[in-house]
Design a protein around this ligand. Structure first.
Ligand SMILES: [Zn+2]
Length: 192
């Protein structure tokens, strides 16, 4: 595994950066980085790169670590679909590449399959190193990708009209309704 480069970053450096950014060594981020590696190679020089992740776990952090696309700058969009797939595209031409995992062929890689299907559960897990080696070996088989054309640019660029909420007085996008989401019953905390 010496001198392996993933999405432009040396593998060992990537592991360190992953721990710093994500908090721990994550098999999902490694798979995400390998998917990105394929997608970026296919998209080529794309000064207007955008990425869409079809899940909110792991993949978005690989994108934010390895590309200029972040949630905050709007060039990374998240779809909460729970699908381990992502698309990189040029937001000017809307042409890109989508990568996903070949579920049928995962049976050939028991550690990868065990990790993938146990998402959310906490059973005995193989050491990261062991799983990572199988992920690296499986990547050329499991990571599928193909060119796509975006049906639309996903980044919302139209200005949003805002105004004060009659309930709390804070500014919110008026198209959401008569009051802000919190005052409409979606509050996630209360003052103490
Ligand atoms: Zn309010």
């Amino acid at each position: 595994m010496k001198n392996r480069v993933i999405a432009g970053v040396d593998y060992e450096s990537f592991l360190v950066q992953m721990e710093e950014f994500h908090g721990y060594r994550s098999p999902g981020m490694l798979v995400g980085a390998l998917m990105l590696d394929r997608v970026l190679a296919a998209v080529g020089e794309a000064p207007y790169l955008n990425v869409v992740c079809e899940t909110v776990v792991c993949l978005p952090d690989a994108v934010q670590l390895l590309t200029p696309c972040t949630i905050g700058n709007g060039f990374l969009q998240l779809l909460d679909w729970g699908k381990f797939a992502l698309t990189g595209y040029d937001r000017q031409t809307l042409k890109g590449e989508r990568a996903w995992l070949d579920y049928d062929r995962m049976a050939e890689y028991p550690l990868v399959r065990g990790w993938f299907e146990r998402t959310g559960q906490r059973k005995e897990k193989p050491p990261f190193q062991q799983l990572a080696e199988e992920i690296l070996a499986a990547a050329p088989v499991l990571i599928r990708h193909r060119p796509v054309t975006m049906l639309r640019a996903l980044k919302k660029s139209a200005p949003v009209t805002t105004g004060p909420c009659p309930g709390c007085g804070e500014s919110y996008p008026l198209h959401l309704g008569k009051a802000c989401p919190s005052c409409m019953g979606e509050a996630y905390c209360r003052p103490v």
